[in-house]
Design a protein around this ligand. Structure first.
Ligand code: CMP
Length: 134
């Protein structure tokens, strides 16, 4: 997912080029303005964290670009490509990563990636149901 700061900062196209150049296929994509309830449900596992209300505000601040990517070893490879959660840290430890390119800090980190095949399955069905062609 390209988050609101990524879409607003016009990073979506360069991110998509990086995705394709790195050997992923983009199977589905959709741009959506998320509402509060959707973000709260999507990030439910973080509901007790101190940053949760800021996260909800951030994720509803503008449209996001949601994509389903396909590749062998896609989850680990995508997480390597985006770099660590803290985009500020990514700038020194992973300078070629997507978060180093367009993120700012541990909240405004420009992109999201599923952290396991279970969460990928949940997150894909959360946004793309079986009848979806997008
Ligand atoms: P993401 O990988 O989408 O997963 C949860 C999100 O919560 C994360 O990216 C950040 O946007 C946000 N987040 C995680 N840790 C922090 C933190 N320490 N402070 C603020 N926001 C955070």
């Amino acid at each position: 997912m390209v988050k609101p700061d990524g879409v607003d900062g016009k990073y979506a196209n360069v991110i998509k080029k990086t995705i394709l150049d790195s050997g992923f296929s983009i199977i589905h994509e959709i741009e959506l303005q998320l509402d509060e309830n959707t973000v709260k449900t999507f990030y439910a596992e973080h509901s007790s964290k101190s940053f949760f209300s800021n996260l909800v505000q951030y994720m509803t601040s503008g449209p996001v670009l949601i994509m389903v990517l396909e590749k062998e070893n896609a989850i680990a490879d995508w997480r390597a490509l985006i770099g660590p959660t803290d985009a500020n840290k990514a700038k020194t430890t992973h300078p070629g990563s997507i978060r180093a390119l367009c993120g700012i800090n541990s909240e405004r980190n420009c992109v999201h990636g599923s952290d396991s095949s279970q969460s990928a399955a949940r997150e894909i069905s959360f946004f793309f149901d079986k009848s979806s062609s997008g």
